[in-house]
Design a protein around this ligand. Structure first.
Ligand code: GRF
Length: 207
């Protein structure tokens, strides 16, 4: 199955997927699905390191930035439509949002219903939704006094961080944690979770 990976920044989760594919894990685990292959990477920000990671791996790296002249919803739809065309061009069977900060709206959500997955750095439904990304999530977890956080891979359903959960990995919140230390602990789990979710996607999405 061809995968389109969407990114906005550093791309360490993309790297985890690239490494898993290189090591043969995607083709092994995905045998039932005919194997998984990253067909292309799309970033909504120019010049981010994730694009370089794709280039280094010989994967087509495409930049599609939002059109700032459009009002918010239209801007999200227009970018989503461009990504939908790219997904079609690369015959993507699965779209993976690996640290992608734009919100997908409109046609792509219908055309790829049940075939778009997002990675979020908290135990959804807690600490998700509009504006909950990056360190804001971890700061909110620390402020809440929760003893546990983690990451979630879920299906994208047109809301923000609302689709059915495919898998979660948990980490403790430790005394003295900063947003950075908690983020780092969660990041390590994300790298495992995203690879796991892609390899087991046929099984997980059928549950
Ligand atoms: C991850 O924490 C992911 O959950 C969030 O953005 C971060 C991306 O990290 N949505 P990276 O770009 O994959 O290193």
């Amino acid at each position: 199955m061809n995968i389109l990976v969407l990114v906005s920044g550093n791309g360490s989760n993309l790297q985890a997927l690239i490494d898993a594919e290189k090591s043969g894990r995607c083709s092994e685990g995905g045998r039932e699905s005919g194997g998984m292959r990253i067909a292309a990477v799309v970033s909504d920000k120019a010049g981010v390191f994730a694009l370089q990671r794709a280039n280094n791996a010989g994967i087509p790296a495409i930049t599609e930035t939002p059109d700032k002249s459009l009002p918010r919803e239209e801007r999200q739809r227009e970018l989503s439509d461009r990504i939908l065309r790219i997904a079609g061009k690369y015959n993507a069977g699965l779209i993976v949002l690996a640290g992608f900060l734009s919100i997908l709206r409109g046609n792509i959500v219908k055309a790829y219903s049940g075939r778009i997955i997002n990675l979020h750095p908290s135990l959804l439904p807690d600490f998700g939704g509009e504006g909950m990304y990056g360190d804001r999530v971890h700061r909110a977890v620390l402020a809440s006094g929760k003893k546990e956080s983690g990451c979630t891979v879920h299906l994208v359903d047109g809301g923000t961080d609302t689709g059915p959960v495919l898998l979660q990995r948990r980490v403790p919140v430790l005394p003295g944690d900063s947003a950075e230390s908690l983020a780092a602990r969660i990041h390590r789990e994300e790298h495992i979770a995203i690879v796991d979710a892609v390899i087991r996607f046929p099984e997980l999405s059928a549950l």
